[in-house]
Design a protein around this ligand. Structure first.
Ligand SMILES: Nc1nc2c(c(=O)[nH]1)N[C@H]1C(S)=C(S)[C@@H](COP(=O)(O)O)O[C@H]1N2
Ligand SMILES: [Mo]
Length: 215
């Protein structure tokens, strides 16, 4: 910590703040609370699989067991977490498998535009392929050098540093490549389809034409 870190990939030019800067309307949270809907799932290693399905290049499913997933290339990303309910935690070091690695190992078909990230109990979140493919999007297994705790998403959670935190499911089980956009769990319940904290894209009523799936 202490080094300025760029936010996101800045496709729309809205980023580039240092980690110590809060997006508009956010306040700093001391410590790291646990925030999610529903119970914390129990991890069963023998049943766990990370699946890639939907519009893959070969239309086949790809999967990794927990051991196999743990052997994938590991990298670290320093990122902030911005909850849409207006608190932010700054400067965590996340470790895990870059989303770009998954895209290389299980490539999407050329027609893919969006990715649905699926977690335990059917929780889901949709992302534009460009947000998913951003350099700093990470399937985190570690935070600050230690394995994730159960409450924070063990064994795998998605971290999308440039979007609100609900776009990063904890307890991820797989991804679905989609050739059209579809709303995930919170996006169906009134939250913004894109969720850029620097543009305060909190709620679906703020969406502009083109931000959401075709009606
Ligand atoms: N599976 C799942 N992941 C989830 C959520 C959820 O309800 N279910 N909530 C999201 C929200 S709204 C936030 S703010 C972060 C909180 O992560 P934390 O508990 O590690 O701070 O998890 C995100 N990931
Ligand atoms: Mo949140």
């Amino acid at each position: 910590m202490g080094q300025p870190v760029e936010h996101g990939s800045g496709e729309d030019g809205s980023q580039g703040a240092s980690w110590s800067e809060l997006p508009p309307g956010q306040r700093l949270q001391r410590g790291w609370p646990v925030t999610h809907y529903g119970p914390v799932p129990k991890f069963r290693p023998e049943r766990w699989e990370f699946r890639v399905f939907g519009a893959t290049t070969d239309d086949e499913k790809h999967g990794w067991t927990h051991d196999e997933f743990g052997a994938l290339p590991y990298t670290t990303v320093v990122a902030d977490l911005h909850c849409v309910t207006k608190f932010s935690m700054l400067g965590a070091e996340w470790g895990g498998v870059p989303a770009t690695t998954i895209l290389e190992l299980a490539p999407p078909a050329p027609a893919v535009t969006h990715v649905m990230v699926w977690a335990e109990y059917g929780f889901s979140s949709n992302l534009r392929l460009s947000d998913f493919a951003a350099e700093r999007t990470l399937f985190a297994t570690h935070k600050d050098g230690e394995l994730l705790t159960a409450e924070h998403g063990f064994p795998v959670r998605l971290v999308v540093p440039h979007l609100y935190a609900w776009k990063g499911p904890k307890w991820v089980r797989g991804i679905e490549y989609m050739t059209a956009d579809r709303r995930g769990f919170w996006e169906e319940r009134g939250y913004h389809n894109i969720g850029d904290p620097w543009r305060e894209q909190r709620y679906s009523y703020q969406e502009e034409p083109g931000d959401g799936p075709e009606p």
